[in-house]
Write a protein that binds this ligand. Structure first.
Ligand code: SF4
Ligand code: SF4
Length: 357
């Protein structure tokens, strides 16, 4: 054996024996992983949860076909120079993991509408990738999260606007069978519409109650995708089995977190079983909501641009009344209607209430 080989064997043996002895040091057990994490903290190294690890084979199925690109109204038609297209989300963000935080300039501009997912031949869950990246940025570089102020508001007043709204007016029931989950926008900025929705269900004699302090479902800031565990506990402790949500964002948020244990209904599902019917006196149409993702709050001008684009076909068709059933779509579509437009935008339940009185 030459000298170099002998020296290498000696080093290897020394390390191996050292490793065996180190395993005897019971008081140091379990510290290796912490030391590893500490060492790589500066490189923004992060952990994956077991669920996230399971998601990765799906995240990485993109084969760069580009089929999804034309489906993204936001990045292709409206803000081409400012935003990456869905293919770039799917390709670049599902691979170089430790660099995810570098996406923070753009990742909050995706509306998570899922139009790109609908056409992807590989079934790449692009919106899940976007939400995963947002979650990780919050963990590894919280200073880059643009909606810190909204999170602080939720912490203080349970809604993203930091307001403490007065309770809705309705008839209190003894043992309510339904919880009407109004969410923060209908409780604050779109309050007048919110009250009409509550009054409609009151008129329907629905056996319902409303949370004393309405809480944000968490979807508009979409970090963990939902309201805090404390809020969920508050809901489950009420022992009510069916929740009705008038807002599409609250509905999808609650369905994801509580859908296995509770019956979560969007208000349109409930209304379809009631006597209330649209009495169409004018040219009327419906805008079906997706679920949004905070873009309207963080980038209202961009969201307003999308609203104008979405409203074009309705205006061209001479629609006078446009209905929707999502507090955020309602707010944003109203941004896209000017005083000189003939069209008016209402929540579907609000419109039913107005037709009934
Ligand atoms: S989810 Fe919607 S906004 Fe986001 S990349 Fe896909 S199509 Fe574009
Ligand atoms: S995400 Fe799907 S549609 Fe888009 S480029 Fe990748 S494989 Fe093609």
């Amino acid at each position: 054996m030459d000298t170099r080989k002998a020296y290498a064997t000696f080093l290897l043996g020394k390390t191996y024996i050292g490793h065996l002895f180190s395993r005897l040091a019971i008081w140091k057990r379990g510290q290796g992983y912490s030391a590893f994490k500490e060492k790589y903290r500066a490189d923004n190294f992060f952990e994956l949860t077991p669920e996230e690890r399971k998601s990765f084979p799906n995240f990485q199925k993109c084969f760069n076909c580009g089929v999804c690109i034309p489906s993204c109204l936001f990045s292709v038609d409206l803000f081409h120079d400012e935003l990456p297209d869905p293919e770039s989300y799917a390709c670049s963000l599902s691979r170089p993991l430790p660099d995810l935080w570098t996406a923070s300039d753009n990742i909050y501009k995706c509306t998570c509408c899922a139009a790109c997912e609908d056409v992807c031949p590989q079934g790449v869950p692009i919106t899940k990738i976007v939400r995963f990246v947002r979650r990780k940025i919050e963990q590894i570089a919280p200073e880059l999260v643009p909606y810190k102020v909204y999170m602080e508001n939720i912490e203080k007043e349970q809604n993203i606007f930091g307001e403490r709204p007065a309770p809705f007016v309705y008839t209190a029931r003894q043992k309510p069978a339904y919880l009407l989950y109004m969410g923060c926008l209908y409780s604050t900025k779109e309050r007048e519409t919110g009250q009409k929705i509550v009054s409609l269900l009151d008129k329907a004699n629905l056996d319902f109650t409303i949370l004393k302090e309405e809480t944000c479902c968490g979807r508009p800031i979409d970090i963990n995708g939902n309201c805090s565990d404390g809020d969920l506990k508050r809901i489950t402790e009420m022992n009510i089995k069916t929740i009705i949500a008038p807002c599409a964002q609250c509905y999808s948020s609650l369905k994801e977190r509580l859908g296995d244990d509770l019956n979560i209904l969007h208000i349109t599902e409930f209304l379809s079983e009631t006597k209330f019917k649209i009495k169409a006196k004018s040219n009327i149409s419906y805008f079906d909501p997706c679920a949004g993702s905070g873009v309207g709050i963080l980038y209202p001008e961009m969201a307003g641009g999308v609203a104008k684009e979405r409203l074009k076909p309705f205006k061209e068709a001479g629609v006078e009344i446009l209905l929707t059933e999502c507090s955020y779509c309602l707010q944003n579509l109203r941004r896209g209607v000017s005083k000189k437009d003939k069209m008016k935008v209402y929540s579907l339940s609000e419109y039913l209430y107005m037709s009934e009185i």
